[in-house]
Design a protein around this ligand. Sequence first.
Ligand SMILES: Nc1ncnc2c1ncn2[C@@H]1O[C@H](COP(=O)(O)OP(=O)(O)OP(=O)(O)O)[C@@H](O)[C@H]1O
Length: 292
Amino acid sequence: MSASPDEVRARFDRLKAREPILQVRGLCKTVPAKDGERTILNDVNFTTHRREFLCVVGPSGCGKSTLIRTIAGLEEASGGEILVAGQPVHGPGPDRAMVFQGYTLFPWLTVLGNVMFGLRMADKPKEEAAREARQWLDLVGLEPYADAYPHTLSGGMKQRVAIARALAIQPRILLMDEPFSALDARTRARMQAYLVDIWRKIDVTIVFITHDLDEAVLLADRILVLKTGPGEVVDLMEVPALRPAAGRTLDDPALRATLERLEGFIHAHETVVDDEPVTPVVRLASVAEEVD
Ligand SMILES: Nc1ncnc2c1ncn2[C@@H]1O[C@H](COP(=O)(O)OP(=O)(O)OP(=O)(O)O)[C@@H](O)[C@H]1O
């Protein structure tokens, strides 16, 4: 059943009254090119609030990864600024953690060792780091696998360890760059449900890149829509539902309408980048259909 417009309005009023955690102001990114330079991101502006779940969508090559990597401090902005809890970003920091698409666990460390890694780097004593790491593993349902090595785990389990490892340093923002796109549709749907469950229990703001518009509509509070050539914001869309995922289904007419609007935006702004055709946006199954 759709949430009433008044309920949705009240929810977004509450969300926007929360402390801004991520402020992106006039962000530009240029890179050297044959004929001078190429603008990848142009004047990107948005604000994300505490405990918000923001999805970022846009056609291939529009600069989604560049945006999230610049927020992470892995790339330098060419102009503008990024503030996390009011502080300017000048490089990577413990207030932001990233989960990538590929499996990035350290293969020579156990699951527990992987989750302890950031805690040890932050000089936590070994026993305290192990105790905390076990709590994070418990949160993602993998405490029984603490002593296993990554190669013995399924793709979904590896990403749950990666999420636990990222959250263990207690970041303000969890940055996720297409974290589930290498997973099959069923596992992906389960991971979406896990992620929302975890996010509800902890104080973290999520910025989540996806190619999959269904995934964005099922997961997000708001969806940042980018276009290509150069990457610019075309909309910051509020998803008209009470909360992400649980109970959301694309049978809900309001969500269906949001999805259609998103598809319209993406198709209208799909373009040719550097004379190469752009890969079409992929849609996968809905959480409601797949989760057991
Ligand atoms: N350091 C760089 N030097 C040159 N070009 C770059 C650099 N970083 C990114 N690009 C180009 O900028 C564009 C945007 O790349 P980016 O990976 O951010 O897009 P994306 O929206 O994440 O793409 P996809 O959806 O395909 O993953 C691409 O055309 C890419 O080739």
